[in-house]
Design a protein around this ligand. Structure first.
Ligand code: AQP
Length: 353
């Protein structure tokens, strides 16, 4: 088997965003903006995860549109598809193939503990798709297919990344004899590190500081969409729920005021500073002063992204070509991993394919 094994990359980033519409400030600050920053130091693979999207019903025509829109948001935010890989998941069939193998590695008990499934399935568990339940094994496959070492995500994905590590560990243990045959130590899949840092790892709803800003919130006032106009952004910030007190002078004092803490976190992330720096600037000031400053900052940061997204959406052949090219490059890595995985697992004919 020697010579067949693909060496483990030391700094490969993978992450994805679902094309489920209403891309919002939480997606931008919690994920996309970090994708952009990591391009300087890592080889990055950014994926529009359309196979994840269909774990809940998606109108097919909308899915196509939303896939282009997420791609446009990536590019408009500063991801460079000529240096890094940008593609949509369904163009690389190996994601589904590895997910099946991981379905056989992961345990029911592990998936039963996933809070995202419990939240999304709610009381109507019997009617949730099987895909929604096994979502985290597909996510593990997305990451480990490229043997990614780092995954930038929002705080809500932490548990899924722990599961990815558990799956990698169990695969490495279950097949240790075969993996050792490659002559490269015991670890085939890396234990991927989450990258969850900064002041906006969990951006909260503008209407309720205890709820995550979310694509599916029925109130459009709860979130700032990346497609919102400057006027809409200003209006939503003006209407954001707050309390009557002026801004606190310490981070500890903010903790009991979720709405205030959220707006301070958003300001800090948009300004690329810290909550502490924002507090020093605005301590004792009323929201009637803070909110217009936040609105100006948000518009200044988001307006250029918004207009470039619109331009790209008018040129969707260009967007589709970026995805096709990215998929070809992703497939080269993915097919190599799957060749090895098939052989490790004991699937006859693995080498011939
Ligand atoms: N509120 C948030 N704050 C910080 N990061 C967030 N992310 C999502 N919401 C926030 C991060 O964005 C990345 C892509 O998310 P996704 O498309 O996989 O899922 P989602 O936005 O959570 O959307 P859903 O699941 O379609 O719908 P909702 O929001 O209605 O539940 C991820 O890195 C995520 O952490």
């Amino acid at each position: 088997m020697n010579g067949f094994y693909m060496s483990q990359p030391s700094n490969r980033v993978f992450s994805g965003v679902q094309p489920t519409g209403n891309l919002h400030l939480g997606n931008y600050l919690g994920a996309i903006r970090k994708f952009v920053a990591l391009q300087e130091s890592h080889d990055c693979i950014y994926c529009v995860v359309d196979m994840h999207a269909i774990t809940v019903w998606q109108d097919p025509a909308e899915l196509v549109r939303n896939t282009r829109e997420v791609t446009a948001a990536f590019i408009a935010s500063g991801i460079d598809p000529s240096k890094h890989i940008v593609f949509n998941q369904s163009q690389v069939g190996e994601h589904a193939e590895l997910a099946w193998i991981f379905n056989c590695v992961a345990r029911m008990g592990w998936l039963n503990r996933m809070t995202q499934f419990k939240e999304k399935a709610g009381k109507d568990r019997e009617n949730a798709s099987v895909g929604l339940f096994s979502y985290p094994t597909l996510m593990a496959a997305d990451i480990l297919l490229y043997r990614a070492t780092h995954v930038p995500v929002g705080d809500d994905q932490k548990q899924h990344l722990e599961l990815t590590r558990d799956i990698a560990q169990k695969f490495n243990n279950d097949f240790s004899a075969q993996i050792a045959g490659f002559g490269h130590g015991e670890q085939y899949f890396p234990l991927t590190e989450p990258v969850i840092e900064g002041p906006a790892t969990r951006v909260m709803s503008l209407r309720d500081g205890t709820k995550k800003m979310s694509k599916s919130d029925p109130s459009d006032l709860s979130r700032i969409n990346l497609t919102d106009s400057a006027d809409d952004i200003a209006k939503k910030i003006r209407k954001a729920k707050t309390d009557p007190e002026p801004l606190s002078d310490s981070i500890d004092a903010l903790k009991a005021r979720p709405e205030a803490e959220n707006l301070v976190g958003i300001y800090a992330a948009l300004e690329d500073s810290s909550k502490q720096a924002v507090i020093e600037q605005f301590a004792g000031k009323p929201f009637s002063e803070f909110k217009p400053a936040l609105a100006d900052l948000a518009v200044a940061r988001l307006e250029p992204i918004n207009s470039e997204m619109r331009r790209l959406m008018d040129h969707h052949d260009h967007v589709d070509a970026i995805l096709a090219n990215g998929a070809n490059r992703a497939r080269e890595i993915a097919s190599q991993t799957m060749k090895e995985v098939r052989e490790i697992v004991g699937f006859l004919g693995a080498r011939a394919r």
